[in-house]
Design a binder for this molecule. Structure first.
Ligand SMILES: Cc1ncc(COP(=O)(O)O)c(C=O)c1O
Length: 413
């Protein structure tokens, strides 16, 4: 039968969709075993407690037929999340907790809740690409706030916008172990941010995807712990248990819970009861704090291995951040180097991959980060990290030869 190419009249916003460079490259490079890929942001599957989750799944399905039915937010899981939030210093009630299918789903729910078509949102200049995609159907006006590699979100610019009358639907930010920059906001900056939110009545969506992966400091206090009213918190089990579970949560003022429920119902009836039961059974049977401590230890070793290898093998024209948590190191090369072009050379000639900085810019015309790149230290142990950085060093040396050195190593503002 002859295939006829039809162009179905999809909604206007789909005509301006930017496919995510991050997902395209992570998929392209992640599957070839010859390539050492520092590209994707997924956790190491070896650090996911597969056997314990399998046992929890078995127990769930043999003892709890409700897990295979339609369902709603599982009360037991909400209580367990409440206890986790208490560990993060957030005091909340069960009524304030909504279960989601991961942090990305939480972003989608909150975007639908707060943003009108054509409305205004505040995003950092460099931001996790998931939020860019979530707001896309609303074709919003985006106010961009610079983020600095050492201090994070620029609160002076934020304040200027707000005092100048801007009233965006929300600010989305990742105050702890930012993706991609790796920076965590200081306590003073957190305090000032929530003071501004309260003063100007700005809803702040706090994405705490990496809040449990904190290596150097006592836990960074979430914004939510500093202001329960204007901060809405996004949590996820993806980085600490397994992203395949597709399970996370929102902590919001209780007054929003009913609307959040309606948004969940219209898109998926409920978050998968099976995943909820498995995780709840797992949490009831295991010492989750001990599991988190162990993966923190492992990722900390990898972070250190990557930073030390970078010091040894990258050319002096490269500079990078030293993340205190999360999974990413942010690298700056001399202006003029296009890390998107370079990544194909890195893969073909040296068999190593990363994500180019421009994948994360909020404004597609922003060329300031064309010479940056993001590395993830999540996927490999120290030996392969060392080997990958040796390979990256080769690529970068070829790219920067003849360029002046900045001053070696870690980045300063
Ligand atoms: C900052 C941030 N938020 C959310 C997500 C998505 O997480 P989830 O698997 O919970 O949807 C990611 C994934 O990399 C992320 O880096």
């Amino acid at each position: 039968m002859e295939m006829i190419e039809t162009r179905l009249p999809t909604a206007d916003w789909t005509q301006v969709v930017r496919p995510s460079l991050l997902y395209r490259l992570a998929r392209l490079f992640g599957s070839n075993p010859d390539i050492l890929s520092f590209a994707g942001g997924a956790p190491d599957p070896h650090l996911c407690p597969a056997v314990d989750l399998a046992n929890a799944a078995h127990q769930t399905m043999s003892e709890n037929k409700g897990a295979l039915q339609y369902g709603r937010d599982l009360a037991a899981l909400k209580r367990q999340i409440q206890a986790l939030m208490a560990q993060r210093g957030v005091d909340c009630t069960e009524e304030q907790i909504s279960i989601t299918a991961g942090g990305q789903h939480g972003m989608d729910i909150l975007t639908r809740l707060f943003l009108n078509p054509g409305g205004q949102v505040m995003l950092e200049e460099l931001v996790y690409t998931g939020i860019q995609q979530t707001v896309m159907p609303f074709q919003p006006e985006i106010l961009t706030i610079p983020n600095h590699s050492e201090t994070g979100l620029d609160l002076d610019v934020l304040q200027e916008h707000l005092s100048g009358g801007a009233r965006p639907a929300f600010l989305y930010t990742i105050p702890t172990a930012h993706n991609p920059v790796g920076v965590s906001l200081s306590r003073e900056h957190r305090r000032r941010l929530v003071d501004l939110a309260r003063r100007y009545q700005l809803p702040v969506i706090e994405d705490d995807a990496y809040g449990f992966l904190d290596y150097d400091e006592p836990h960074n206090t979430p914004l939510k712990a500093l202001d329960p009213d204007w901060v809405i918190y996004l949590g996820t089990f993806s980085k600490v248990l397994a992203p395949g579970l597709r399970l996370g949560w929102i902590v919001s003022p209780a007054s929003l819970t009913a609307n959040i429920l309606v948004i969940k119902q219209l898109s998926m009836l409920s978050v998968a009861p099976l995943s909820q039961h498995i995780v709840s059974t797992y949490l009831a049977a295991h010492d989750f704090a001990a599991h988190i401590a162990e993966i923190q230890r492992q990722y900390c070793v990898r972070r250190n291995a990557m930073l030390e290898a970078m010091q040894r093998h990258l050319p002096p024209q490269a500079q990078w951040t030293r993340p205190s948590g999360g999974l990413f190191v942010w690298v700056k090369l001399p202006p003029g180097i296009d890390t998107e072009e370079l990544v194909f050379q890195a893969v073909e000639e040296d068999r190593v991959a990363y994500i180019p900085g421009k994948a994360f810019v909020t404004d597609p015309d922003n060329r300031n980060y064309d010479s940056y790149l993001r590395l993830s230290f999540a996927r490999y142990g120290p030996e392969l990290i060392e080997e990958g950085i040796v390979r990256l060093g080769r690529t970068l040396r070829k790219a920067v030869s003849g360029q002046p050195a900045h001053g070696v190593g870690e980045m300063h503002p």
